[in-house]
Design a binder for this molecule. Structure first.
Ligand code: NAD
Length: 356
């Protein structure tokens, strides 16, 4: 008998249910082809959870995700819940879930599909072939450091990294680099910050276990500039929480649309796989959302959570083929488009290609 995996499914709010349904359609197609079984368990989070249970992160969800092999997530939030108190808002539910799951590594690929080079604001020759993986530390650094306070005449936060925190995120980055082009650029601000000097030393130590990987270091201000000037120089970017927050958003815009890019948040336990965009309430329910970021997130889940590399490749290739054939959702514009598809139409096409 083939392998079987249990996937926690959190559709969420806005376009969440539409895009997650398409990802499941594609997952089902490749699982049949590659001979493994997928079981799904739906769970509530965000606005949908507030409506149903009164809280954004119900206990059943916290317990439920721990019993899964991975979690596929759409997006949460929307104007309906914007005026609630902070602890009851949908976003608080998502932050709480990430904390509960202990997902300390955020992986954000930024790749440019050849067929969509014209959809970017940068010149085609600068971005054609870009394929970057940003590995961002997610649960440490200045966003979490103590002490922190606002006082009458001053306010402060603290940037702290422990040896263990740097080591474990560096290991994630080196392991990923081994599966890619074996180059890591570690980004810090070691010319000014002690915490960055410490980060650099530990990354150097971890590098000794990966002699095949070429490690370079770059200051964050230069990295921001280089991402726009010559993004093809990067393979894996390894960085801390606040620098990664900013750089991964900048990198994501190389691709042209927010509807294209997936992400994975992983740690010691179950990983969370989700598109980088939000719940897009402005287009929810119209059937025009782009499901590619969520379908790509499902591909990352197969690759990183289950080790089902062939199935992941099937999805990646199916997406490329659909774009090459000129199938687009509306957000991608009509560059070289043969047909503007609805959310479920492009899902059907990709599921079909993925199962051939
Ligand atoms: P957003 O990413 O939802 O939307 C920004 C713009 O991009 C909108 O015009 C939207 O229509 C478009 N867009 C986004 N995804 C798209 C897709 N797949 N296909 C086509 N177009 C797409 O960001 P926002 O408008 O700032 O936030 C809307 C809500 O989402 C807010 O409640 C916010 O808090 C929430 N949010 C949730 C997450 C998450 O769940 N991870 C992340 C960011 C924002």
């Amino acid at each position: 008998m083939g392998k079987s995996y249990k996937i926690g499914v959190i559709k969420g709010d806005g376009i969440g249910p539409e895009i997650v349904d398409e990802a499941i359609k594609v997952l089902d197609a490749v699982s049949v082809k590659e001979g493994f079984t997928l079981r799904y368990e739906e769970m509530l989070l965000g606005g949908a959870a507030i409506d149903e249970t009164g809280v954004p992160l119900p206990d059943e969800t916290i317990q439920g995700v721990k019993k899964c092999d991975a979690v596929l997530f759409g997006a949460i939030g929307g104007p309906k819940w914007d005026n609630l108190e902070r602890h009851l808002r949908p976003e608080t539910g998502l932050l709480g879930l990430r904390k509960e799951m202990g997902t300390f590594a955020n992986l954000r690929p930024a790749m440019v599909y050849d067929e969509l080079v014209n959809a970017s604001t940068l010149k085609p020759e600068v971005i054609r072939g870009v394929d970057i993986m940003v590995v961002r530390e997610l649960t440490g650094g200045i966003y979490f450091g103590q002490p922190r306070a606002i006082e009458d005449d001053r306010a402060y936060n603290t940037m702290v990294y422990t040896r263990e925190e740097v080591e474990r995120i560096a290991v994630v980055a080196f392991d990923i680099a081994m599966k890619r082009n074996k180059r890591i650029c570690s980004v810090d601000k070691a010319n000014v910050l002690e915490v960055s000097q410490f980060w650099r030393e530990i990354v150097e130590e971890v590098a000794k276990d990966y002699p095949e990987v070429e490690l370079t270091h770059m200051y964050v201000d230069n990295a921001a500039m280089q991402l726009i000037r010559a993004p093809k120089q990067f393979d894996v970017i390894l960085t801390g929480n606040i620098f990664g927050d900013i750089l991964s958003d900048a990198a994501s815009m190389l691709s042209g649309s927010i509807g294209l890019l997936p992400s994975a948040s992983t740690g010691k336990g179950v990983g969370l796989y989700e598109p980088i965009h939000g719940s897009a309430p402005d287009i929810a329910g119209q059937g025009i959302a782009n499901p590619l970021a969520t379908i790509s997130s499902a591909s990352m889940m197969l690759r990183y959570a289950f080790g089902e590399e062939k199935a992941a490749e099937r999805i990646d290739e199916a997406i490329k083929k659909a774009l090459a054939e000129g199938y687009r959702t509306g957000d991608l514009g009509d560059y070289d488009a043969k047909e503007i598809c609805s959310c479920s139409e492009i899902g059907d096409i990709i599921a079909d290609y993925a199962s051939k």
